[in-house]
Design a protein around this ligand. Structure first.
Ligand code: MLT
Length: 404
């Protein structure tokens, strides 16, 4: 008889956003007349920018002619996209990253779940708490975590770095030395971030203790403050200790198109072994390249027209973030984030638990958010709202919350 990967049995419940979707569907089925406003999962609502649609149309047409048809994409990504990424995301910011250090993929969620594969089973991971659930869950599936304690909502063998209003949501260097450190900045879920000099401390620490940082920069397009780094490679020494994950979902609305990339510098080594070579081997074996049409769409993100249109789109969502911050503050809530990220993190009122507040808001305002505790124990007593809704729905949600 075959045996299953028992580690999956350790995972409690279903994936956070699946649980929320089920709850909302059940409520909606029982209350078909209610107009639900969804500010839960960070899914975008604005259409793909015209410059990107044009590029996709052109690529679709190319696929219909033998002379311009494309089959399998190069497994690490087309040069036209890797070069555009390097020029715009790295060289333009003074980061010395080359095209063969960029691995194009179908999105940052896959990469953030898969990257742990190249590390040993007995590596110890450190995560911020609260945290994007994929980092922990993918390590649970791989058997890198111990047992789950339902009372503390923590895994043994995982180093948690609490990020709460007490420390201004800035993770502190852990007492116990980790091997792999996950940092998502600007942060999902808290919507807060740290300065470039605070990030430099992490880079120095990782280099000192021999840890690797998995740096998820999916929300970098939302940075509005000058002292915040857009890439970890803006920090000195990051190429010997950091892998960076990037997404086209949030800056260009590709949640349904699917495109991302991971940067693994050639200088990042474990002894003589190059992690760049390992990730290339993994990618080549398990991934057949992002579709040509989608990579052409990605290239258009970096065109002059694409950049201008996306600046406007990011501005649209940040206007929502401002409306949420102001609306909630007016309603008496304590709010964080929303300045360098499209997420607003609020304290639940009257010491309500995160899930109780979820139910309360769904039932009384028909607004969906994400319970903070779903991201980790230190998220208890907090709640996340996304700025990715439409402006009209965002304002309507604020009005409903204010009249509660
Ligand atoms: C979120 O809501 O946290 C994100 O949309 C999840 C994701 O990007 O996968």
């Amino acid at each position: 008889m075959f045996k299953i990967n028992d580690n999956y049995q350790k995972l409690p419940g279903s994936y956070l956003f699946s649980t929320i979707a089920k709850k909302v569907s059940a409520y909606s089925a029982a209350n078909p007349d209610k107009q639900i406003i969804r500010l839960g999962i960070g899914d975008v609502t604005q259409p793909i920018a015209p410059a990107i649609i044009d590029a996709m149309h052109k690529a679709v047409d190319e696929m219909g002619h033998a002379e311009t048809f494309h089959g399998y994409a190069p497994d690490l990504g087309y040069d036209f996209l890797r070069n555009a990424i390097v020029a715009n995301d790295y060289k333009a910011r003074g980061c010395d990253i080359s095209a063969d250090e960029v691995f194009v993929s179908d999105g940052a969620k896959s990469d953030s779940g898969n990257i742990q594969e190249i590390f040993a089973q007995d590596n110890k991971i450190a995560v911020c708490d609260p945290v994007y659930p994929v980092y922990v869950d993918s390590n649970v599936m791989a058997g890198r975590t111990g047992t789950y304690d339902a009372d503390t909502q923590m895994w043994s063998d995982v180093i948690y770095m609490p990020c709460t209003s007490d420390n201004n949501f800035v993770p502190e260097l852990p007492k116990e030395t980790p091997d792999v450190i996950y940092l998502c900045l600007p942060n999902n879920p808290t919507g807060t971030t740290i300065t470039k000099s605070q990030l430099q401390e992490w880079v120095d620490y990782a280099n000192k203790v021999g840890a690797v940082i998995i740096y998820d920069a999916a929300y970098e397009a939302y940075i509005s403050e000058d002292d915040v780094a857009h890439s970890i490679y803006e920090c000195e020494g990051a190429k010997t200790c950091a892998i960076e994950l990037r997404s086209f979902s949030k800056n260009a609305g590709f949640t349904g198109v699917r495109l991302g990339f991971t940067v693994v510098p050639k200088e990042l080594k474990c002894g003589d072994v190059s992690l760049n070579a390992m990730w290339a081997r993994r990618h080549g074996t398990k991934f057949n390249g992002a579709p040509y049409i989608v990579q052409r769409a990605g290239e258009a993100v970096y065109s002059d027209a694409g950049k201008a249109q996306l600046k406007e789109q990011v501005g649209y969502y940040m206007k929502n973030a401002k409306a949420i911050k102001e609306g909630l503050t007016k309603a008496g809530y304590t709010v964080f984030g929303g300045v360098n990220a499209p997420y607003i993190w609020l304290k639940t009122p009257d010491q309500m638990s995160s899930w109780d507040f979820f139910d309360y808001l769904l039932e009384n305002a028909n607004v969906v958010g994400t319970p903070g505790s779903g991201f980790g124990p230190s998220g208890e007593g907090y709640f996340r709202l996304t700025a990715f809704g439409t402006y009209e729905n965002t304002l309507a949600a604020m009005e409903r919350i204010q009249t509660l």
